[in-house]
Design a protein around this ligand. Structure first.
Ligand code: ADP
Ligand code: ZN
Length: 220
């Protein structure tokens, strides 16, 4: 199963991606996580990306495309993947299409998670992320069993540098301007599956799974 998740910040892409990859045993590729890891490791890439990320702006296409080109060529992506946070511009989508073509990988679906803006803001403001494994929680909507500690690995939970009001505004603005056009791009290619992102985690996960299967039945 090769799937891309699109949707605004706070729509639950990361959380849903985790549920999918656990169930299907396929890799979760999140460019945001890769970039945050590079910042933590203080690599050249991390230093380059940090300025953009802290402001809530997009990292330049060629940087992100380079990362993805390497990642998707690793053997674990052959049997499936869930991409989350990439592509998020038309040039990224076009480059990704070429790379996948070279690798002989066909996308099964591009899932759009739809959530009203007020909910996005609430979700982002209360979001906490595991410093160690990247799992995400919410202080009231999806709290960890123990305050400040990751259920999965025991790592420390923190609030992302870009989950502040100004960066959140910039990120949503970048979504509207650069990423929203992908919806039509993938709809025209018959790949788009629209899913209501409101509800319990498992409920949304079921909805996603059913929608992807329905698309496969329709096209096969
Ligand atoms: P969110 O989507 O909630 O902002 P992410 O972890 O997906 O969180 O991304 C965090 C930041 O990383 C983005 O604001 C952007 O600066 C950078 N980034 C991640 N993926 C991309 C991408 N595909 N293209 C450009 N920048 C990206
Ligand atoms: Zn963790």
């Amino acid at each position: 199963m090769h799937i891309i998740l699109v949707g605004p910040q706070g729509s639950g892409k990361g959380t849903q991606a985790e549920l999918l990859v656990t169930k299907h045993r396929i890799p979760h590729v999140a460019t945001g996580d890769i970039l945050r890891a590079a910042i933590k490791d203080e690599t050249a890439l991390g230093r380059q990306a940090k300025v953009y990320m802290d402001r809530g702006e997009l990292v330049p296409d060629e940087v992100v495309i380079g990362i993805v080109r390497e990642r998707v060529a690793l053997p674990d992506c052959r049997k499936g993947f869930v991409f989350d946070g990439f592509p998020r511009t038309i040039p990224q989508a076009e480059a990704f299409g070429q790379v996948l073509g070279q690798l002989g990988i066909h996308l099964d679906a591009v899932v759009l998670l739809e959530v009203p803006r007020a909910t996005l803001l609430e979700r982002m403001a209360g979001r906490r992320v595991c410093r160690n494994c990247g799992a995400t929680y919410h202080v009231s909507l999806n709290p960890p069993r123990q305050d400040g500690v990751c259920d999965l690995c025991g790592g420390e939970l923190y609030q992302r540098a870009d989950d502040n009001p100004e960066a959140i505004r910039n990120r949503l603005e970048a979504y509207d301007r650069a990423t929203r056009p992908l919806i039509d791009y993938y709809r025209q290619r018959g790949l788009l599956v629209e899913v209501d992102g409101i509800g319990a985690l498992e409920e949304v996960a079921d909805r996603m799974e059913r929608a992807v299967q329905a698309r496969e039945r329709k096209t096969s």
